[in-house]
Design a protein. Structure first.
Lengths: 299, 605, 240
């Protein structure tokens, strides 16, 4: 039983990363019908920016809380900005081109980010400083560490914040309106291009938080880390119903739990296969996902 | 069909140079050339999926892996020789193509990309984690291919084998491009729903692209295994799939010289520019982005394929190729009632677009469906042609049900349609557009067509002649070789009609054919509609231009708010007061100027 | 006083020119109808006006300002409100959210916005009952009310309505036209596109008839109501 709870805790922790990244996929898909291939790599860039800030600050002996906060804020702002730049220059010109073009461009952006980071930071692993201790406390025979608590709490706070933003602010409501009918939104005076950029900013900065958290949790980051996380987060978004924000959150946690149980009861070597089977299964059996819209072409 | 392969002088020169490499260059360069050849084969295979059919496949390395591992395992475990492993590799690759393709080809293109990526990873992970595949170390000790007693172990001999395989694949792929299947792929890429609506079985065609691409990938894999004698999972990663995709996109999707050029650049150049190694991937990534923004058609874009239409003389000498004969073939023994719609309704969410619509279409008439905006006319068309299933009610054709059939099957039964906004295959020639319209009547098996067997060629001859005659019928025979997208508006309309007629329809549905035409063009359209009917094809027409409708129709059906409100001869309908009301509004008292509060009571039903 | 002036407007898609040089004016305190059978180019004219469709040639001005080449969201800020064909509400959002989005450009002025939304509820009490309902679940007439209310929040100078009567029962159409008349009486300029000629000509002051992208005939509504050309444009011949 305690093993089960231990796995649940691990699952919820990694599920938090997946949920935060999945939100970016789902929001972007909701408004521009694009699977942003580069989103997983945005997550990776966030992790590296956080690392850079933390290692730079390490020499200053700043209290770790402030350093971490600074790293998070800088990562969020810069990564969010990167998301906007990518949207503005690589995606926006292609929004009315055939869908294949923009998919290939997204692939190009993904590769560019991966190889760009590879060129700057090298192919090896970079190590995050150990900031948060691994003590924690026990629940029903399972240990939950401070860092796990921190991750889960921060994610919940951010997700709640996003939900509030999307449902109770004007810009958030404009985002939801855009997803339904772009021209009608323009007629209301909504600057559609600007709102799309804000969406990219939000999605990217959430992914950056996930990146920094992953760096703290696993301590090792690498230029290719966005690949696996990106695919799992995307599966989470589809599972929850793509375009659906609470769905992405739920999907992320579910995939995190799936990963933990797969590693605990089967073997971590097969986790990717299981996750892909979930993806394919969802698309084939219930394309709407748990809460969302149809993805299959009606001929 | 022409059996000549359009190679051109450049192609021959390239072939000569390629063949000369082992004789003129050292082993190192021959090796590089072999890498180019291998990537060339793989890229030609992916080109079918991405370039011809327009499906984004990010896991193509999976087929490469399946071919390589099949050859490796059969040789090392069961002592097959290289040649014996090839059919097995092809079979396994094809089966895997069917397995992934079947559930996923219904998905939108973006989902297909991720799912294929996933499949590529699954194959690699399985290869890494199973003992039988050698785990992360892979398989070694694979025997080289043996030709006439000689083991092909030297770089030059393997290169020769590779080049032969490349040429075979090249010929195959070129022939495919010229065939009916190649046309179907291109029409799919141009406009999938229009292709479906003119009789292309889109799902099956997508599957074929996938499977044929898989076959070629598998073949490349076998060759790869025999070349090195060892294989391991690191050759079959996502990065590999992406590299092959970059070759296809960089060179030019759908363009064979482009793909080969891409292989030379991506596989060959880095060897020449070793110092750029670390920057190579980054440069390719940026090139991909810039390419899509500035030159999406690639470095050496696919040329407008030109299948030459036969001359007037040739076409008129082929028996049964005249429009009259073509239609007579299908309309012999037609029942009096062609189509019957019974209580057809279609609901969208809460909106009743079409309610309880019943009517019949009689053989040989010109029937028009008219009504104000939002009346439900196009929805009725969509139900008849299988684009939308009716929510209730039934549609009978020849006494059998048409309800629920997919559009291409409806076309096979003898209906054809044109669209309100013209939907041609813009990047295909005028002649090819018409060919696609007739392709569903062509029943020669693909291999026979590719080889060019006599009965296949006869059929093709009839096909080409008939289509050319249809172009003449609508007045476009002198424009057969032009790009469809370049035609003036009126000609595009006529081409769409010719494409529909080429399928030998017994019922032709025209959706607002006169939209955007000037009075002279409308006159000529009216003449064309009458001539179509005189051939024996029944016409069902949606139109807004009343002069045209009244001038050409035998009967008129009027719809308003989803229901039929009148039916009869044109003059009757014009005089019908309900019809006049529907269009112009009622003779009634003024709207009240009363206090606004009155709005809340009952009026907003 | 002329508020909207269109001169020689040409609009097209690719090879096709849909509008071949239209001239049209609308003044404050008048209802101008734009009639014509389907496919004549009415919706295209409105979309070009609002900036949703690029203009190939000609002049369009609202007051002294040219609208050509101005993006749609800026035109909305200039006092032109466009109620699109088939309503096009944001179906998964509530009635209240739809109205609020109508006031997107004044989102900072919370108190004033609330006042204006309340004014809309006063004008359309039925909507007050339904304010938290999803807009997609309302009846056709109620949706039209939301669409118009949404457009009125910013107190536009020019209200453009694209076939408000489409798909609605005659009684409902009457009440909508009643509202439009009332707005005109209060000084708003209204451009009303309709297929329903007779009812429209009864409330309009002036009208234009569009056919195949050109103005066939225009003038005072009462004159056009008797003009046989109007009927012919719709029905292709003399009818009873």
């Amino acid at each position: 039983m305690s093993e089960f709870i231990q796995l649940v805790i691990a699952g919820l922790t990694t599920g938090s990363f997946y949920a935060l990244v999945a939100l970016g996929y789902t929001m972007v898909y909701g408004i521009v019908r694009l699977i942003n291939f580069a989103h997983g790599d945005i997550f990776m860039v966030g992790a590296f920016i956080g690392w850079t800030v933390l290692t730079t600050l390490a020499a200053t002996h700043m209290p770790w809380g402030i350093g971490l906060l600074l790293a998070l804020v800088v990562a969020m702002l810069l990564t969010g900005g990167l998301g906007v730049v990518v949207e503005r220059f690589a995606y926006q010109p292609l929004l009315s081109a055939p869908p294949l073009s923009i998919l290939i461009t997204a692939l190009g952006v993904s590769l560019a980010l991966e190889n760009g980071v590879l060129l700057i930071f090298g192919a090896g692993f970079n190590t995050y400083p150990q900031l948060i201790g691994s003590e924690g406390f026990m629940i029903a025979g399972a240990r939950i560490t401070d860092i796990q608590v921190g991750i889960i709490v921060l994610s919940v706070v951010l997700m709640a914040g996003l939900y509030f933003f999307v449902h109770h602010t004007f810009i958030g409501t404009a985002m939801r309106a855009l997803a339904v009918d772009r021209d009608a939104a323009r007629l209301m005076g909504i600057n559609v291009e600007r709102v799309i950029q804000i969406t990219f900013f939000l999605g990217s900065s959430l992914a950056a938080v996930a990146g920094v958290m992953e760096g703290l949790y696993y301590t090792e980051i690498n230029f290719f880390m966005g690949f696996v996380v990106g695919l799992r987060a995307f599966t989470a978004a589809v599972l929850g119903g793509i375009g659906n924000i609470p769905g992405a959150m739920a999907g992320g946690l579910l995939i995190g739990l799936l990963e933990a149980f797969s590693a605990g009861y089967i073997s971590s070597r097969w986790t990717d296969v299981i996750v892909f089977l979930v993806l394919i299964g969802t698309l084939v059996i219930k394309p709407t996902g748990l809460f969302g819209e149809r993805v299959v072409e009606r001929m | 069909m022409r059996t000549a392969i359009p190679v051109g002088r450049l192609g021959i020169a390239a072939l000569v140079i390629a063949a000369g490499v082992p004789f003129l260059c050292d082993n190192y360069i021959t090796d590089v050339a072999l890498t180019i050849v291998t990537y060339g084969i793989l890229a030609l295979g992916l080109n079918i999926v991405v370039g011809y059919a327009g499906l984004l496949d990010l896991g193509y390395a999976a087929f490469f892996a399946i071919g390589a591992y099949t050859t490796a395992l059969l040789e090392t475990l069961l002592n097959f020789n290289f040649w014996e492993t090839i059919p097995c590799a092809l079979v396994f690759a094809a089966i895997s193509g069917i397995i992934i393709g079947w559930p996923t080809l219904r998905l939108r293109s973006d989902y297909l990309a991720i799912v294929t990526l996933g499949f590529g990873e699954i194959v690699r992970i399985i290869a890494v984690n199973l003992d039988i595949t050698g785990g992360p170390n892979g398989i070694y000790g694979i025997n080289p291919a043996n030709v006439l007693g000689h083991d092909l172990t030297s770089p030059k001999s393997i290169y020769a084998l590779g080049l032969v395989v490349l040429v075979i694949v090249l010929v195959f792929v070129i022939r495919l491009g010229q065939s009916r299947l190649g046309r179907a792929w291109q029409s799919l890429r141009e406009d999938e729903s229009a292709a479906e609506a003119v009789g292309v079985p889109t799902l099956r065609v997508k599957m074929l692209a996938y499977v044929i691409g898989a076959l070629i990938g598998g073949l490349g894999g076998s060759l790869f295994a025999a070349r090195f004698g060892t294989i391991d999972p690191t050759s079959f990663t996502y990065a590999q799939s992406v590299t092959i995709l970059i070759i296809v996109v960089l060179g030019g999707r759908g363009s064979i010289p482009g793909v080969l050029l891409g292989a030379i650049i991506v596989a060959g150049l880095p060897e020449a520019l070793r110092f750029l190694n670390l920057w190579r991937e980054f440069v390719f990534a940026v090139a991909l982005i810039l390419l899509m923004l500035l030159r999406p058609q690639g470095l050496w874009p696919a040329r407008l394929r030109r299948i030459a239409a036969p001359s007037a003389d040739e076409a008129h000498h082929v028996p049964h190729a005249e429009p009259a004969a073509q239609i007579a073939e299908v309309t012999a023994n037609e029942p009096e009632t062609l189509l019957e719609a019974r209580n057809v309704s279609r609901v969208f969410g809460g909106l009743k677009a079409v309610t309880d619509v019943s009517f019949t279409v009689h053989r040989g008439e010109i029937l028009s469906l008219i009504g104000p905006n939002g009346a439900g006319k196009t929805t009725v068309f969509n139900c008849l042609t299988g684009v939308l299933p009716p929510s209730s009610g039934s549609i009978l054709w020849d006494g059998r049900s048409l309800t629920g059939l997919v559009p291409h099957r409806v076309v096979a039964r003898g209906l054809a349609r044109t669209f309100q906004g013209i939907r041609l295959f813009n990047n295909m020639t005028v002649f090819e557009n018409v060919l696609v319209g007739m392709d569903h009547r062509f029943h020669v098996p693909l291999p026979a067509e590719l080889i060019g067997l006599p009965f296949a060629r006869r059929d093709t001859g009839l096909h080409y002649a008939a289509c050319r005659n249809w172009l003449e019928f609508v007045g476009l025979s002198d424009k057969a070789g032009l790009r469809a997208g370049d035609l003036p508006y009126g000609d595009q309309r006529r081409l769409e009609i010719a494409r529909g007629l080429a399928g030998q329809p017994r019922l032709l549905l025209l959706d607002e054919p006169a939209a955007g035409m000037n009075p002279t063009e409308k006159q000529s359209l009216m003449g064309l509609i009458r001539r179509i009917r005189d051939l024996g094809t029944t016409v069902l027409l949606i139109e807004h231009d009343m002069l045209l409708v009244m001038g050409v129709s035998d009967r008129v059906i009027v719809m308003d708010r989803g229901q039929i409100i009148a039916e009869g001869a044109p003059a009757e309908v014009q005089a019908n007061s309900r019809v006049v009301e529907a269009y112009l509004g009622t003779e009634e008292d003024d709207p009240e100027d009363g206090p606004v509060g009155s709005i809340s009571e009952g009026a907003l039903a | 006083m002329t508020l909207l002036a269109i001169e020689g407007l040409r609009v097209g898609y690719g090879k096709v020119e849909v509008l071949h040089g239209i001239d049209l004016t609308v003044g404050a305190g008048e209802i101008v109808a734009l009639l014509g059978s389907n496919g004549a180019g009415k919706t295209t004219t409105l979309r070009a006006l609002s900036g949703l469709e690029p203009v190939r040639g000609g002049r369009v001005s609202l007051g002294d300002t040219s609208l050509v080449g101005v993006p749609a969201h800026k035109i909305a800020a200039m006092g032109l409100a466009h109620v699109p064909e088939r309503r096009r509400l944001f179906a998964p959002l509530t009635v209240e959210e739809n109205l609020k989005l109508g006031g997107y450009l004044m989102r900072e002025q919370t108190a004033e916005l609330k006042r204006r939304i309340d004014a809309m509820y006063a004008l359309f009490p039925r909507l007050l009952e339904r304010r938290l309902q999803l807009a997609g679940t309302l009846s056709g007439g109620e949706q039209q009310m939301v669409a118009i209310a949404r457009a009125l929040i910013l107190q536009p100078r020019l209200l453009v309505l694209d076939e408000p009567s489409m798909g609605l029962a005659p009684l409902v159409v009457r009440s909508i036209f009643g509202i439009v008349k009332r707005l005109r009486n209060e000084g708003m300029a209204v451009l009303l596109v309709e297929q329903n000629a007779r009812q429209t000509l009864r409330i309009a002051d002036r009208a234009y008839v569009l056919e195949s992208g050109s103005i066939l005939v225009d003038g005072p509504a009462s004159a056009l109501a008797q003009d046989p050309r109007v009927q012919a444009a719709y029905l292709g011949g003399v009818a009873a």
